[in-house]
Design a protein around this ligand. Sequence first.
Ligand SMILES: [Zn+2]
Length: 228
Amino acid sequence: MSAPYIDIHTHGQFTYEENEVICVKSLGAAEVAEGNAQGFFSAGIHPWWTLDYTKPELTNFQESIVKMSLHQSLFAVGETGLDRVYKETLEEQKELFSWHIDFSEKNRLPLIIHSVRAGSDILEFLKERKPTVPWIFHDFRGNKELVDAILKLHLNVYFSFGISLDNSQQTRELIREIPMEHIFLETDAQKHLDIKDIYLRASEQLGIDEALLKSIIAQNFKRVCLKN
Ligand SMILES: [Zn+2]
């Protein structure tokens, strides 16, 4: 049997044939608050939520995530991270990111990270915290220098790509420069995108057979499945 497609980070709900695709669904705010989910899912506090929710509401999200980790099969923590487009809440974002790092280490769960213009902050966190669980940078938009700097500090790291394979020449070049054992693919919030199309584009960029890409990414997935 051929390896399944892996959509490492999605907010959507797709229907695929059984065993064809494994989707890691990133829960929305209402779902995190409710604390109820099924299948492969990740739960965390998105950095943008610091703009939309009060401190007590954010604390409720944290409590709900803790509960989910006790009672359900939480696959990963996140997405969480830092977004310097919204500098006004950067300190709050850092506090929350720090909490997620601790939580992922304590529970031995991979961390799914949203990082926008925050490469140097991420490097600081890596130097200080020396994480051991896998870190997955979703929709990675950094450059090769940042990739190298991150990999020097943490080997158990993955860079995930989706829509930017379509709309960014930089990403198309970057994916070829990252060792394939550090790559994932994703649909994120792109409702019109099918993960199979992303695999097709990535295999074109990498110049390899799609079946080979599927098996490499499936191996990567096995390495990040710490609990399942
Ligand atoms: Zn996302």
